[in-house]
Write a protein that binds this ligand. Structure first.
Ligand SMILES: [Zn+2]
Length: 245
């Protein structure tokens, strides 16, 4: 974190107390240490349903229906929270899994991907975080490979939010559906937040097919938040189900 903040041109003296618990992706603040850094983060080390995981094989077919209902465009504020670029969206997007409704709250990015497929990372992964009224989360993971540009990604990067701690963010309008692959077949499993406190409250859906972004678009985020992924965690006794497209 110290290295990051200095790289971002921020003085340590302006750190608010909210950032007293530092975490990062490397060294003493890295994922191997999250579980011992704070009492509230013990699940990061002791949990049996942690994310991400390696995908590629599935235990069987899932019969749960899934419906993504995102408006054509959605407004949001783009922030750099020190760990990722995140877009906090206005209400309007929803996700229904087996009759259970979740509302889209925010989406953010990781480089490389957090979920791996047969051990391989994609260059990037986007997480669309949906929440229900009881604190349950449903996150959609979209893998991003290098190829044709993704114009929606360009509109987020163009905001270029600076990692200022008290920044309220900058508005942007994003065509969300461009982030979805045409083939919606997916892996589904029960997991966790991939950042502290690693709460095991997430129903994960990761699409089998990636979308593409240009090499320059991927490089822009890699440069801003390099190595911003948690390594794959043990599957333990969980099932990974295959969901139809
Ligand atoms: Zn994430």
């Amino acid at each position: 974190m110290r290295k990051f903040l200095l790289a971002a041109g921020l003085s340590l003296s302006i750190l608010p107390s909210a950032l007293a618990q530092h975490w990062g992706y490397d060294g003493h603040e890295g994922p191997q240490h999250w579980g011992e850094m704070s009492e509230g983060w013990a699940t990061c080390a002791a949990g049996q349903q942690q994310s991400p995981i390696d995908l590629g094989t599935s235990s069987g077919l899932g019969l749960q229906s899934m419906a993504i209902d995102w408006p054509e465009t959605l407004s949001g504020t783009v922030i750099d929270n020190g760990h990722t670029i995140q877009v906090n969206v206005e209400p309007g997007g929803s996700l229904t899994i087996a009759g259970h409704d979740y509302a889209l709250v925010q989406f953010h990015f990781h480089a490389a991907s957090e979920h791996t497929v047969n051990g391989r990372h994609a260059p990037m992964e986007v997480h669309f975080v949906h929440a229900d009224e009881n604190g349950g989360l449903a996150v959609i993971g979209v893998l991003v490979e290098a190829g044709a540009p993704l114009s929606s990604l360009g509109s987020v990067w163009a905001v270029n939010p600076q990692p200022e701690i008290n920044s309220g963010g900058i508005a942007a309008s994003v065509r969300l559906n461009e982030f979805l692959p045409a083939d919606r077949s997916a892996w589904r499993y029960a997991g966790s937040l991939t950042t502290p406190p690693c709460s095991e409250t997430v129903t994960w859906t990761v699409f089998r097919h990636p979308v593409t972004a240009s090499a320059a678009q991927i490089a822009w985020f890699e440069d801003r938040h390099p190595h911003s992924y948690r390594p794959a965690m043990p599957l333990h006794r969980r099932l990974v189900l295959q969901i139809g497209g």
